[in-house]
Design a protein around this ligand. Structure first.
Ligand SMILES: Cc1ncc(COP(=O)(O)O)c(C=O)c1O
Length: 441
């Protein structure tokens, strides 16, 4: 029986377990179905930590749809899926190579696994100020020299750039390096021919997708996918690792929501929904191109992440005007661009509202975009595992260069570190630091 069917059945039982609310709502009518479905692992309801019934059946069906060897449902976001994947594959003192534009959860995974990190710098587009692809040639030459247990990267990036996972996976395999792809922003890649193939289709060992970001599911829903032909690891280790980071009270409504989301997106209706999203975005772009709006346009870019700039105004000012005057909030903005994330749930009408607002924003023809400077290559002095909870002191900013930072400097979004604890402060970082800087002593 599917989770959805299981939860829609009326259960005549007096349950003395958590949760205390007895599947009734106490706060708001909108929560009603949530309360009706909110059980713990009572008899017949399976157990996410050791699934044998409806949850196992649902995860197996999802793995088939997603072309994975195994799919694990995660109710605590891609964050917890990333930590689980790292814990399963990486042991203390293993060397791992990590793309610098990874989400902060990867750094936390380095702390928790006790791995030694080397950073890999992705390519960048200085005109737009974004990291772009992982260069397979550069990766190959680094893997030729050093031994790593795993390479961890993000594709698509927060801004929507997809890397050539197929080539990267071949390179990693030939060097016996596990490839973990954070595809938190790429859930739709699994369901549409209009997008690049998913990490599972392209040969990655692990793919982590977040269903709440683009796929229309509820917050915290994620899937950890393991490839069919991952080598040298027992399946059981992944379940054990997932169990370290998952709550012992996973939400059944969220589990059902994951199941429902995958079923919907893999149905004809779901595919039409994704097609419509892209048709609407193309219309939106065509219209705005006539009004001085430029879109990030690259064959590896996922157009559902609307990355745009308007000639004659900075991304920050554009964002402020849209927010103050039109009540439109973007995902992120900087001196160049503003980023609008779309996905299942973005209607034509919503795009129209953004379109009209963008057209009406006034510009200054003398304005020129600044060039963005990318962070320098990080100097790791203390490995992440040893950089946690260190003794620290304060030094004046002007005396802090080459001292070891105790603080994380990270604009959020996008959650990419500019300076992690344990790394030497470089001249470039000074503009981000307070007058008194926390350094490890
Ligand atoms: C690239 C990337 N990976 C992972 C995450 C973590 O996802 P979640 O919020 O589902 O834990 C984020 C969150 O923004 C992200 O941008």
């Amino acid at each position: 029986m599917s989770i959805i069917k299981l939860l829609s059945k009326k259960l005549n039982r007096t349950i003395f377990t958590t949760p205390s609310h007895n599947q009734n709502t106490y706060f708001s009518k909108d929560y009603k179905s949530f309360y009706k479905q909110d059980y713990s692992e009572i008899e017949g309801y399976d157990n996410l930590a050791d699934p044998k019934g409806s949850i196992l059946m649902s995860q197996t069906r999802t793995a088939e749809i997603l072309n994975a060897g195994k799919s694990y449902y995660i109710t605590q976001g891609a964050t917890s899926a990333i930590l689980s994947a790292m814990k399963a594959l990486i042991c203390p003192n293993d060397n791992v190579l990590v793309a610098r534009n990874c989400h902060k959860s990867v750094f936390n995974g380095l702390i928790l696994t006790g791995a030694n990190v080397d950073w890999f710098m992705p390519e960048c587009d200085s005109e737009w100020g974004i990291y772009t692809q992982i260069d397979p040639k550069k990766l190959n030459s680094i893997l030729d020299i050093n031994n790593y247990k795993a390479f961890i990267m993000t594709s698509p990036t927060y801004e929507g750039i997809n890397s050539d996972i197929e080539q990267i996976a071949k390179i990693c395999k030939s060097h016996k390096v596990y490839l973990i792809v954070d595809e938190a922003h790429g859930a739709l890649n699994y369901f549409s021919n209009l997008l690049p193939k998913s990490a599972m289709q392209q040969g990655a060992d692990v793919g982590i997708l977040s269903l709440h970001k683009t796929a229309g599911a509820l917050n915290q829903t994620a899937i950890l996918n393991i490839s069919k032909d991952i080598q040298g690891i027992d399946d059981k280790v992944f379940q054990d690792a997932v169990n370290i980071f998952e709550t012992t009270s996973p939400s059944y409504p969220l589990l059902a929501n994951i199941e429902e989301c995958v079923q919907y997106l893999s149905s004809n209706k779901g595919k039409i929904e994704i097609d419509n999203l892209f048709t609407n975005i193309i219309e939106f772009r065509n219209e705005l191109n006539k009004h001085g709006i430029e879109f990030y346009d690259d064959k590896f870019h996922d157009a559902s992440k609307i990355l745009l700039r308007k000639k004659g105004i900075s991304g920050n000012d554009l964002s402020d005007i849209l927010y103050d005057k039109y009540n439109i909030e973007d995902e992120m903005n900087n001196s160049i661009y503003a980023l609008y994330l779309t996905g299942i749930g973005t209607t034509k009408n919503k795009l129209k509202i953004l379109q009209n607002a963008l057209i009406n924003v006034p510009v200054d023809n003398k304005f020129e975009f600044e060039k963005v400077e990318f962070q320098p290559f990080p100097l790791v002095k203390i490995q992440p595992v040893n950089s946690f909870n260190c003794k620290y002191d304060f030094v004046k900013k002007e005396n802090s260069v080459l001292k070891i930072s105790n603080k994380l400097i990270m604009p959020y979004p996008p959650g990419i570190g500019l300076l992690y604890p344990g790394e030497a402060i470089q001249e470039w970082h000074l503009k981000y630091l307070d007058d008194d800087v926390e350094v490890i002593v």
